[in-house]
Write a protein that binds this ligand. Structure first.
Ligand code: NAD
Length: 347
């Protein structure tokens, strides 16, 4: 049963949904509503078995609690998972059934898009429930594509790390190696280049990296080599789990600060980075700009200026983490979790 799962115990609840007519099987995990409605996107994914889907929902919902708390949002953490078949068949009927499932929780859970879901899917879900964010919006309102907001927060976080580790405000000539130049990494590269940073870029889509490098006067390396580049900052903006016992010893940069979710392969990798003296910006803190954008959209509070004002607090939050890490000797990743648990009233 779900309550036998090791990740269940610090959750408020886990809800299992089934709609036979549409074929929907879904999980909604609610980690915490201490600060507000449990907010977190819905993942549409094929899992080898149902237990994996429940574990994923539980872990991701806890992650959302921490992320929303650290972003200063009046929102708790939750996550939806729709179990897809191997062909990932998605129908309007299935989305409607999921919308009714979300609605049945009466606003305790608010959904948005995640892996496998689009803003068009959110429009379908919105037909059944108002507890959804991530809908297409006008250009001045909060909401819409979170990429630019995420990138702004990461940019400010990278600068905060440079300020702390290198004791300088101006980033001209500071060398940043960016892994993945998609929505977030690409915009980050542009912002850094505009202030004179020296860039090395890599992407599995090599042509994409080449194009951007030509535009910004940057250089590129093969995707497999980017973590080893002798740079001041390594900025992971592609995949999760890229910091592990193999990659960390090969890192050359004294700062790791980037957008990717779940950068640490295991909890021990936070300690490994710390032991190597790397200044690490915990991923869910530095990449909180996107959730601030979506959160304010849902709350109906604010425009782009408010989103940017809140994103402006990300460097201060990172400083708090690094200060506590320096004072206690604990890895930044652990300190971040501890501060987040404090914020949601957990010890
Ligand atoms: P994206 O798909 O637009 O870009 C990712 C880029 O990484 C692509 O260009 C892809 O080709 C490249 N890539 C994939 N594997 C790679 C590898 N092994 N080496 C080098 N490049 C590789 O995605 P995005 O929206 O820019 O998000 C990037 C990361 O940031 C993801 O981990 C995402 O979960 C995280 N994130 C994004 C947001 C957001 O608002 N978009 C918010 C929070 C976190």
């Amino acid at each position: 049963a779900p309550w036998d799962f090791p990740d269940y115990d610090d959750h408020e609840g886990v809800h299992l949904f089934r709609d036979q007519a549409s074929g929907l099987t879904a999980v909604i995990a609610i980690h915490s509503t201490a600060l507000g409605p449990a907010a977190g996107g819905t993942r549409f994914w094929h899992y080898p078995n149902r237990a994996d889907a429940i574990t994923d929902a539980l872990r991701l919902s806890r992650g959302m609690s921490y992320k929303n708390a650290m972003a200063g949002l009046p929102m708790g953490g939750g996550k939806g998972v729709i179990l897809a078949d191997p062909q990932r068949t998605k129908t309007p009927e299935m989305l409607a059934a999921f919308g009714r499932a979300v609605d049945s929780l009466g606003g305790r859970y608010v959904t948005a898009e995640d892996v496998g879901m689009s803003d068009a899917d959110m429009v379908e879900i919105r037909k059944q429930t108002m507890h959804v964010a991530g809908l297409p919006v006008g250009s001045d309102a909060a909401g819409g594509d979170p990429g630019p907001s995420t990138s702004l927060g990461v940019f400010l976080g990278v600068k905060a790390a440079i300020r702390r580790a290198m004791k300088r405000d101006d980033i001209a000539g500071v060398h940043v190696a960016i892994q993945g130049v998609g929505s977030v990494g690409g915009t980050l590269a542009r912002r850094l280049a505009a202030e004179g940073a020296k860039l090395t870029l890599a992407d599995v889509d090599a042509a994409r990296a080449e194009r951007l490098a030509a535009e910004l006067g940057a250089v590129t390396v093969a995707a497999g080599d980017i973590a080893r580049v002798e740079a001041d900052v390594f900025s992971p903006c592609a995949l999760g789990a890229i910091l592990d016992e193999t990659s960390i010893p090969l890192l050359s940069a004294p700062i790791v600060a980037g957008a990717a979710n779940n950068q640490l392969a295991t909890k021990e990798d936070g300690a490994r980075l710390h032991a190597r003296g790397v200044l690490y910006a915990p991923d869910y803190v530095i990449n909180g700009g996107g959730i601030i954008n979506v959160g304010l959209e849902y709350l109906g509070q604010g425009d782009r200026a408010d989103v940017e004002e809140r994103i402006g607090h990300i460097p201060g939050r990172l400083e708090q983490i690094w200060d506590e890490s320096a004072a206690t000797g604990d890895p930044a990743a652990e300190v971040a979790d501890r501060i987040a648990r404090r914020l949601i009233g957990r010890v």
